[in-house]
Design a protein around this ligand. Structure first.
Ligand code: GRF
Length: 200
């Protein structure tokens, strides 16, 4: 059984897709053992509570400095003894100490077709603003392993989504979530749970 810890910061629609997929069998051999958020107001925490999943907040605001936060984040992660850590809209720079301990066991969902529109400063709606400004006709989402870089780890799955005339960033973001993120993130977890993909 793959023990999955999900890290969130916002609405938690990707977390919900994972929960639903575990419940309906799309994700096999998996248990969501916990949710960690850096944002105590994240609706994702409500989704965890609605599904009786242990959740906690580890916020940088509660620590004297970043080093103390990083240590607290690692300790919180360790407490769940996860086999896989899923970053589902987690807007925190993953500390080096976490990468060193869990490299190969952390995956992230990014709302573009990496290597386009990724790296420092490209997150959430900003990704879709950049895609529309560039005028791409196709965008999408990527699930990748997390390494020491930003959106640079080995790619696991990608799914393309059409950009339509008149798209606003919000409309495009929703289409990418519905047609790509909510499909490939559960699929990637299932593949890992069934030994169909490994790091590097
Ligand atoms: C999504 O757009 C995802 O691609 C990005 O952050 C957002 C998370 O949304 N990484 P949600 O919290 O899963 O609804």
């Amino acid at each position: 059984m793959l023990k999955v810890l999900v890290c969130v910061s916002g609405g938690g629609t990707n977390l919900q897709a994972i929960i639903d997929s575990v419940n309906n069998g799309t994700i096999r051999n998996t248990e969501i053992v916990g949710v960690i958020s850096n944002n105590r107001n994240a609706y994702a925490l409500e989704r965890a509570a609605q599904n009786s999943i242990k959740a906690e907040v580890v916020s940088p605001k509660d620590y004297a400095d970043r080093e103390d936060f990083n240590k607290a984040l690692l300790a919180a992660m360790d407490s769940y003894e996860p086999n896989l850590i899923v970053l589902a809209g987690f807007l925190v720079v993953i500390p080096k100490i976490v990468i060193e301990k869990y490299e190969g066991r952390i995956i992230n969902i990014h709302p573009s077709l990496i290597p386009s529109f990724c790296g420092t400063g490209y997150y959430g709606l900003k990704v879709h603003v950049a895609a529309l400004e560039r005028g791409v006709k196709v965008t999408g989402a990527t699930v990748h392993f997390v390494d020491a870089g930003t959106d640079t780890g080995p790619i696991i799955l990608q799914k393309a989504v059409e950009v339509e005339a008149g798209d606003t960033p919000e409309v495009l973001q929703k289409r990418v979530m519905e047609q790509a993120e909510w499909k490939i993130l559960p699929k990637a977890i299932d593949m890992i749970a069934c030994g169909e993909v490994s790091y590097k």
